[in-house]
Design a protein around this ligand. Structure first.
Ligand code: BGP
Length: 472
């Protein structure tokens, strides 16, 4: 059973929806620059216009109200608030998010604000290599101070950093996101600074006297072992340590686990972990963990010549992308099907994720992303029959209900996404929304919105607080 306060919701991110990339004083983010370099994104698409939420937010929020959405997770663009990352504030940026938040509140939709969803100000990348520079901790904290001061009395749910694991992996190991590097050392350095920035933000939030829920969202893919062979079980253990607990232990316990520290050291990596850092990590523990869940990861012990090629995005990683082969290797899971983009579909994996997090940390969990990326077809009479999306979400919701019944404290579920939006590496072809946005890679057309079948289905789920999930 879902309790009456359950935050049924949906999510998005600034760069993927806002557009208005270069107006009203906004500075460039690393994505504004990166997506304009040919070859970096699918069909060289970018978020210059995206779905123009910047101008259409009232229309979109009216649709949220019509659907009965209880919460909406969106992110603030750092360079819209601070065009050069630090220094002068852009009043138009501040005003825009006040407008969005006020509109949401007036529509009865609880705002869930993500502070950082990958659009770092380009100036900070230029000045000190972005996340690789320690100064990012100070600049991020300063940016947070502005947001807390402006919006802290209106917003009760804060996601500090979105999927630190994903943007650092894609940006520093796989060479698929900015800054398009391939360096294990850079990866761990950038992560260390992101941990400090996250902790510093949470510490500040508490110091400023706010009592809302705050924490990061991890891209949480629980690890499975390919077989019951003890060597595969050890591969899974290493996978969990390096691929899940590395992040969650620091966020929730406030320290690096000794196993992770040792595994990192074995790779010849040094982390500049000072006594002050240790204190900060302790002082900045989250009081809620955001869970972005798409699929599980099956691993086995690496054997020469059996390296499984990673799939999953239209833009593929290079053959020589860095990996954790010495500890574990991706394996196929014969029990699971995949999406049209090769992501395994595993609703039970979400329950596994919630259970593992609860038994390890016993913290409130907020599902901040989950959804199905698919090709949708708009019919001549303006409909989208996305029964596959309904099936996907229904299965995941039912597993969450079981996890709650088994003792997990789940605050809400934000599906990815409310509207169709720009997919970082897949242009506009891979759609996730309840609302179809009529545009493609070639043309923005009129960016008209259409309600999909899933829009009405989710409306009923929310209206009945999940009861309708059990209808035949
Ligand atoms: C998550 C990101 C989102 C979103 C989602 C779907 O990792 O936090 O921003 O993009 O994945 O990913 P994709 O668009 O690649 O299918």
């Amino acid at each position: 059973m879902f309790n009456k306060e359950f935050l049924w919701g949906s999510a998005s991110a600034a760069y993927q929806i806002e557009g208005a990339a270069r107006i009203d004083g906004k500075g460039d983010s690393i994505w504004d620059v990166y997506s304009h370099i040919p070859g970096n994104t699918f069909k060289d698409t970018n978020g210059d216009v995206a779905i123009d939420f910047y101008h259409k937010y009232k229309e979109d929020i009216a649709l949220m109200k019509e659907q009965g959405l209880k919460s909406y997770r969106f992110s603030v663009s750092w360079p819209r608030i601070l065009p050069t990352g630090s220094g002068d504030v852009n009043p138009k940026g501040i005003e825009f998010y006040h407008n969005v938040i006020d509109e949401l509140l007036a529509a009865g939709v609880e705002p869930i604000l993500t502070i950082y969803h990958w659009d770092l100000p380009q100036s900070l990348q230029d000045e000190y290599e972005g996340w690789e520079g320690r100064k990012v901790v100070e600049d991020f904290t300063n940016y947070c101070r502005i947001l807390f001061k402006e919006y802290g009395n209106k917003v009760k749910y804060w996601v500090t950093i979105n999927e630190q694991n994903v943007y650092t992996s894609l940006g520093y190991l796989f060479d698929m996101h900015p800054p398009k590097k391939r360096s294990m050392q850079s990866y761990y350095t950038a992560n260390h600074h992101a941990f400090l920035a996250n902790a510093s933000a949470i510490k500040l939030y508490k110091e400023m006297g706010f009592d809302g829920m705050i924490g990061p969202s991890l891209g949480l893919g629980p690890f499975y072992a390919a077989t019951s062979h003890p060597e595969d079980i050890m591969a899974m253990e290493d996978g969990q340590e390096l691929g899940n607990f590395y992040w969650t232990d620091i966020y929730c316990n406030g320290y690096y686990s000794p196993i992770v520290l040792r595994l990192i050291e074995k790779m010849g990596i040094t982390i500049d972990l000072t006594d002050e850092d240790k204190e900060l990590l302790q002082a900045g523990k989250c009081n809620m963990l955001g869970v972005n869940y798409y699929s599980t990861q099956t691993v086995s012990k690496y054997k020469e010549g059996e390296k499984l090629k990673q799939t999953g995005n239209t833009v593929q990683m290079g053959e020589d992308a860095l990996s954790f082969d010495q500890f574990y290797n991706s394996a196929n899971n014969p029990h699971l099907g995949t999406t049209e983009w090769g992501w395994t579909i595993d609703p039970t994996g979400l329950r596994v994720a919630l259970r593992r997090m609860t038994s390890r940390y016993n913290l409130p969990l907020l599902i901040t992303e989950n959804g199905l990326g698919a090709y949708d077809t708009l019919t001549e009479d303006g409909q989208v029959h996305d029964d596959y999306r309904i099936d996907f979400l229904k299965e995941h919701f039912l597993e969450v209900e079981k996890a709650i019944d088994e003792g997990c404290n789940v605050l809400g579920f934000a599906t990815w996404s409310f509207q169709d939006l720009f997919s970082w590496l897949n242009g506009y072809a891979k759609r996730y929304g309840f609302v179809y946005v009529d545009r493609d890679e070639e043309s923005e057309k009129e960016l008209k919105r259409y309600k999909k079948d899933s829009f009405y289905w989710y409306q009923e789920v929310m209206k009945t607080n999940g009861e309708s999930l059990h209808d035949e």
